[in-house]
Ligand binder design. Structure first.
Ligand SMILES: NC(=O)c1ccc[n+]([C@@H]2O[C@H](COP(=O)([O-])OP(=O)(O)OC[C@H]3O[C@@H](n4cnc5c(N)ncnc54)[C@H](O)[C@@H]3O)[C@@H](O)[C@H]2O)c1
Length: 374
C-alpha cells in the first residue's frame, strides 16, 4: 500500500507535495478541502484527483489506506476521528488535537480499530536529530545535565507575511497561526526530539503569556511566548522556549560533563551537529571555540531545498508510517508517543502565569533510532 489521500490543501500541503517528490514510490490518490477553490488550485497544480466531499475521499480510498490530515488545528479532532471511523490510518499535522480528551479519544479509537494514528512533526526522523541522538547514546558530551532549546521565530506580527504564498498560491494563514499560538504550532519541533531521546516527561513547570495582544484581527488571545522547564523520568532537565517575539533563534544546546553538543537550525533536516569540548586553560574554563562535526556512518538523507524558513522533508513522517503499516509494527511517531507529545505541548500552551507544576499522566518509550543511525 503506497497510496495516500490528503485532506486540507493549504499552505503546508504544498510543502508535503514538494517533499514527496523525493519518494517516487508514493502516489497521491486524491485530495479534498472544504474550500473548493483552494482544492481545485492545489489539485490542478499537482495533478491530483479532487474529491467532491470528505465522504467521497474516504470511501474511494481502499480499506486501511493512509490519510494525511493537513487541516487547521481546530479541525484536527473531527477529521482524525472521521478517517479512523472510515477504517483508515491517519497521519495528522500537529497537534493531534487541541484538547487532551480529544487526543485520548483519537488514540483509543485507533487502538480499538486496529489502525495507526501518528502526528507531525517528523523532523525527529531527520539526519540532524538522529545524529544528535546517536551522539547522546555514545556519550560524546558525557552525561547530559541540562538542555537549552529555543524556538524563537522573530517578531512575526511585523513580518511581511501578506506576501508569503505557497507554491500553488495558498496564503500563509496568519490569523489561524496567531490564534492557535506558537507553542501549539512549534514546541513539538524540539519536544519530539527530547521525548524520542529521553522518554517521557514526568513534570512540566511552565509559564505562557500573550505579550503582543493586538496582533490578531479577531482579538482572540493566545500565548505568543512560553517558557517551560521539563523534568524527565530519566533524563536531563530541559528549558524550552517558544515565541514569535524574540529574535530568531532555533538552537539546541546539550550541556554535558565533557562539553556541549549544539545544533543551530531546528528546521533544517541536515543541520550540522557539533561538539564543543570543555577545556581548562590555565585559570580559565571554556568550551572549545572549534566544534567537532558529528557524522553518522550510514547513508545520508537527500538534502532538501529551502522553502522560506525551513529545509524540512515533511514526507519523512508519512513514509515512516507507510513502512510501519507494511511491516506490521507501530509507527515511531504514533500512538503513545503522539499522545504524550500532545499532553506536554498542551501543558505548556495552557500554563498561563500561575499553573505551577503539572505531572504528566501519559507515558511512552524512548524512540527506536532509525536503522541507519544505530
Ligand atoms: N504553514 C506552515 O508553514 C506549516 C508548517 C508545518 C506545519 N503546519 C501545520 O499544518 C496544518 C495546516 O496549516 P496550513 O498552514 O496549511 O493552514 P492553511 O490554512 O493554509 O490550510 C489548511 C486548509 O485546511 C482546510 N480545512 C480546514 N478545516 C477543514 C475541514 N474540516 N475539512 C476540509 N478542509 C479543511 C482549509 O480550508 C485550508 O485550505 C496546521 O496544523 C499547521 O500547524 C503548517
Amino acid at each position: 500500500m503506497t497510496e495516500i489521500a490528503i485532506i486540507g490543501c493549504g499552505f503546508v500541503a504544498d510543502l508535503y507535495m514538494r517533499s514527496f517528490a523525493r519518494f517516487p514510490h508514493v502516489t497521491l490518490r486524491a485530495a479534498y478541502d472544504r474550500d473548493t477553490a483552494r482544492r481545485d488550485a492545489f489539485c490542478a497544480h499537482w495533478n491530483i484527483a479532487p474529491a467532491d466531499s470528505l465522504e467521497a475521499l474516504l470511501s474511494d480510498l481502499p480499506a486501511a489506506g493512509l490519510v494525511l490530515n493537513l487541516t487547521n488545528p481546530g479541525s484536527h479532532y473531527a477529521i482524525n476521528m472521521a478517517c479512523l471511523e472510515a477504517g483508515h490510518h491517519v497521519y495528522s499535522e500537529k497537534p493531534l488535537a487541541i484538547a487532551m480528551e480529544e487526543a485520548q479519544a483519537i488514540t483509543a479509537l485507533a487502538r480499538s480499530q486496529g489502525l495507526q494514528v501518528a502526528s507531525a512533526p517528523c523532523s525527529v526522523l531527520s539526519e540532524a536529530a538522529q545524529t544528535m541522538g546517536k551522539a547522546l547514546r555514545d556519550g560524546v558530551a558525557g552525561t547530559p545535565r541540562l538542555i537549552y532549546a529555543e524556538l524563537d521565530d522573530g517578531f512575526i506580527p511585523q513580518a511581511p507575511f501578506e506576501s508569503w504564498h505557497s507554491e500553488s498560491g495558498a496564503p500563509w494563514p496568519a490569523q489561524d497561526e496567531f490564534e492557535v499560538g506558537c507553542t501549539l504550532e512549534h514546541a513539538g519541533y524540539y519536544l519530539s526530539w527530547l521525548i524520542a531521546w529521553f522518554g517521557p516527561v514526568k513534570t512540566v513547570v511552565a509559564a505562557a503569556a500573550e505579550v503582543l495582544p493586538d496582533k490578531s484581527p479577531s482579538g482572540r488571545g493566545t500565548p505568543d511566548f512560553s517558557c517551560a522547564t521539563l523534568f524527565f523520568h530519566d533524563g536531563p532537565v530541559v528549558r524550552l522556549t517558544c515565541s514569535i517575539v524574540a529574535p530568531h533563534d532555533h538552537q539546541i544546546r546539550v550541556i554535558g560533563d565533557k562539553g556541549v553538543l549544539r545544533l543551530t537550525k531546528a528546521w533544517d533536516n541536515s543541520a550540522p551537529v557539533r561538539f564543543y569540548r570543555r577545556l581548562r586553560i590555565r585559570r580559565r574554563l571554556l568550551e572549545s571555540p572549534l566544534g567537532r562535526r558529528m557524522r553518522l556512518a550510514g547513508p545520508r538523507q537527500p538534502k532538501m531545498g529551502r522553502w522560506g524558513a525551513a529545509s524540512m522533508n515533511f514526507a519523512l513522517g508519512p513514509v515512516e508510517m507507510l513502512e510501519a503499516i507494511a511491516q506490521n509494527r507501530p509507527c515511531r511517531l504514533g500512538g503513545d508517543f503522539a499522545l504524550h507529545l500532545n499532553e506536554v505541548t498542551l501543558a505548556i500552551q495552557n500554563a498561563g502565569s500561575d499553573t505551577g507544576a503539572q505531572d504528566m499522566t501519559t507515558t511512552c518509550t524512548v524512540m527506536e533510532p532509525m536503522p541507519w543511525a544505530r
